[in-house]
Design a protein around this ligand. Structure first.
Ligand SMILES: [Zn+2]
Length: 91
């Protein structure tokens, strides 16, 4: 009975909102996942058990895959490259 109560409590804590988690993949800073502040955190995901990946890191990872695997003349490749170049000139 005690175990059942505990399981029920645990289940209640598993809300779809992931704002209690920090991103395990952001480098150099702590990113608290919060879709209210960062719209792309809406698709943050638990990439490994106990390790959450924020929307920014998912975007970056996806862009890296595009740059590595896409045809350099494809539209998607050009979009990602243009975005990267905008970020570079900002620094
Ligand atoms: Zn991140």
């Amino acid at each position: 009975m005690v175990i059942e109560a505990k399981a029920g409590h645990y289940h209640q804590q598993q809300q779809p909102i992931k704002r209690v988690n920090t991103c395990a993949y952001c480098k150099g800073h702590t990113h608290l996942i919060n879709p209210d502040n960062y719209p792309n955190d809406a698709y943050a995901t638990e990439a490994e058990p106990g390790k959450w990946m924020c929307g920014n890191c998912i975007d970056t990872m996806e862009e890296n895959i595009v740059l590595r695997n896409s045809n350099p003349t494809s539209e998607r490749y050009c979009q990602v490259l243009a975005k990267r170049q905008r970020n570079w000139t900002k620094r």
